[in-house]
Design a protein. Structure first.
Lengths: 408, 246
């Protein structure tokens, strides 16, 4: 079924379908799909994936009542169980959670910078069926852990979340995606950091081979705010991590990091894009991948420095270890600089594990497999040792041990 | 025989490097191999340690009653062979202390000896490091990472003293060392020397042999040992160079 027919058939189950503005907007999106014809050559969002699974899909959605928000009442910790992309409403003096369906569409959905170019974001807007908004109130410092649960097979989740960190607030956000269902989640996180706010965002992705996860984020940072994102992808199913950041006011920072651990025939598409739109801002984009068997990954990193963004510091790094001759990692760093007083760099190193290092370790009595594992761990040591959250660190270490146990 | 190399011929990338090389080393002996650049000294060291880039064309190597070619790299190390690298490899992110702890226990396991616990190992490491003038802070760093040339060589000798090998092969350990570092390194080697272990010392210069007294000196030219004898050969080389052996 083509996208238009699919949309028209399921319209009544899709959020905001009665709204005329939205109808017009969605008609435009459908036209984009039709006109573009899914031009794989010129659209990064389409490269290296089996499009058929994502375009020619059977729309199915279930509303679950099992969502929960718990305030653990200790050091401002909250636990959220989001089921099929839904979350319960909640309000106290520190945070406010609302369902997206209760939001004003115009406030919620406009993402002009990324729509048009990214078909998966367009699909998200077109078939939107879930999501929530979380506001961290002014000057509060809190932690939230969100477990994202999918309850059934063959579900198509199109979820849009909005995170707002008000002035002076600080949020430690851990999101877990560990789904075993044969379903697809297409999630868009729109993140706004007000002045002097901070968000440390961890995403742990560990889905089964049958679950597809397409996750896109669009963060914008105002004066003196910092957005740090760390993605750990252990999934055995397809994962797309596309993350966009805009530094819109002076002295703001975006740090987008990711590590992916691939095996079998798995595929992971990754992209980070930072737009420097103000002076004295810093960005860092670092992705590392370990690829075994016939797995495949892509990583596009982009830094755009506007002409007003003097004194920018923008760094990009991509590194990969190929554990098999059949594994491949395609990396494309890009810098577009229109200001003249900037410090920017990019680098990319991909290759097999260092045979000289293996020989050195083995010559001290370590087995080849132990040497390989120790070198893989050392490859990501810097990223792992920088995790200052003990619980997170333990979770990641356990998953790493599981991945390494399959390395032969 | 402790180590017996018989008619060893080796090539790499279609280039014959070792040609019918013969060498016998008994327990408790120190042998020095001297030779000009490109004579195959480091190839011999690497082949003994088991590096897999080389093709063995002919010959046999026996080590402690084992056919060496039946043992892989780590099995050779666990049997008591140790190569001090000419260019020790930098391995960022691999901390020295757990790495060495794991190395010593892999050897003990093969020898059916009890594994050494964390505390005992920490004490052993500290005392050996102190003997070699190695700062304790260096033990918190990653393997060879950011070390100076001298530090790397000293660290090789530290590993050697911890692993206490039966046969230590020192591949140009003296290169890049100033005179004080050379003295510390050679003192470390001399302290390890017993009647039960042997050393194969590869060097260009006689200087090293002023500090470590060899029982035998061999001259290696173009992949073969062309002359063997005592310390007098080293003096001869120091005076006249390798020209007359070629």
């Amino acid at each position: 079924m083509n996208i238009q027919d699919n949309y028209l058939k399921n319209k009544k189950n899709i959020f905001f379908s009665e709204n005329k503005d939205i109808q017009t907007h969605r008609e435009k999106l459908i036209k984009i799909f039709e006109n573009d014809g899914f031009d794989k050559k010129n659209n990064e969002s389409l490269k290296n994936i089996n499009l058929k699974n994502f375009i020619d899909f059977k729309y199915r959605y279930l509303i679950s009542e099992e969502t929960s928000v718990i305030n653990n009442n200790q050091e401002n910790n909250y636990s959220i169980v989001s089921v099929n992309g839904q979350c319960s409403s909640f309000k106290d003096d520190k945070i406010e959670i609302t369902k997206i369906i209760d939001e004003d569409y115009n406030d919620f959905s406009k993402n002009e910078t990324i729509e048009n170019n990214d078909h998966f974001v367009n699909l998200n807007s077109l078939f939107l069926n879930s999501g929530f908004k979380i506001v961290i109130k002014k000057n509060n410092n809190i932690s939230i852990k969100i477990s994202n649960i999918i309850t059934d097979d063959d579900l198509t989740i199109f979820q849009k979340n909005n995170y707002i960190c008000e002035e002076g607030s600080s949020l430690n956000l851990i999101e877990e995606y560990e789904n075993k269902n044969n379903s697809t989640s297409n999630i868009l996180n729109v993140i706004k950091l007000e002045k002097n706010s901070q968000l440390n965002h961890f995403l742990i992705q560990d889905n089964s081979p049958y679950h597809n996860l397409i996750i896109t984020s669009h963060s914008s940072c105002k004066k003196d705010s910092t957005y740090t994102q760390k993605v750990y992808n252990f999934s055995e199913g397809y994962v797309r991590n596309f993350h966009y950041s805009e530094l819109i006011e002076a002295n703001s920072e975006a740090d987008l990091q990711g590590i992916f651990f691939l095996k079998d025939n798995n595929l992971s598409n990754n992209k980070t894009f930072v737009k420097h739109l103000a002076e004295d801002c810093k960005s860092n984009q670092v992705y590392k991948g370990i690829l075994n068997d016939s797995s495949k990954a892509t990583y596009f990193s982009n830094t755009h420095v506007d002409q007003v963004a003097q004194k920018t510091e923008g760094y990009q790094l991509s590194k990969g270890i190929l554990l098999s001759d059949n594994a491949s990692y395609f990396s494309k760093p890009e810098l577009k600089i229109y200001a003249d007083d900037v410090k920017c760099s990019h680098g990319s190193t991909i290759g097999p594990i260092d045979e000289n290092a293996i020989f050195y370790l083995r010559s001290r009595g370590m087995s080849k497999i132990a040497a390989t594992k120790i070198l893989i761990s050392s490859f990501i040591n810097e990223e792992l040792s920088s995790i200052d959250n003990e619980q997170m660190s333990e979770i990641i270490q356990k998953k790493l041990v599981r991945y390494l146990s399959k390395v032969k | 025989m402790f180590l017996e190399i018989k008619d060893l011929s080796v090539k790499i990338e279609n280039k014959n490097i070792l040609k019918s090389l013969n060498l016998n080393v008994n327990k408790g002996e120190v042998h020095a191999i001297m030779g000009p650049n490109g004579s195959g000294k480091s190839t011999l060291a690497n082949v003994l340690a088991g590096k897999e880039d080389y093709e063995i064309l002919d010959g046999k190597i026996n080590f402690k009653d084992n056919d060496l070619f039946d043992l892989n790299i780590e099995e050779r190390a666990q049997e008591g062979m140790f190569l001090a690298f000419q260019y020790p490899v930098e391995i960022p992110g691999v901390n020295i202390t757990p790495f060495l702890h794991s190395a010593i226990n892999s050897k003990r396991k093969r020898m059916n000896e009890e594994e050494i616990d964390n505390l005992s190992f920490a004490k052993l490491l500290k005392s050996k490091a102190s003997d070699l003038g190695i700062n304790i802070d260096m033990l918190k760093r990653s393997v060879n990472t950011g070390f100076s040339g001298g530090e790397k060589k000293r660290y090789e000798i530290l590993q050697m003293s911890i692993l206490n090998p039966d046969l230590a092969i020192l591949d140009e350990t003296d290169s890049g060392l100033d005179i004080d570092a050379l003295k510390i390194v050679t003192d470390g080697v001399n302290k390890l020397k017993t009647k039960d272990n042997s050393f194969l010392i590869i060097t260009h210069y006689q200087k090293l042999l002023d500090y470590i007294k060899p029982d035998y000196v061999h001259v290696m030219v173009n992949g073969s040992i062309v002359k063997s004898g005592g310390s007098e050969i080293a003096a001869e080389i120091e005076k006249d160079g390798f020209q007359k052996f070629q």
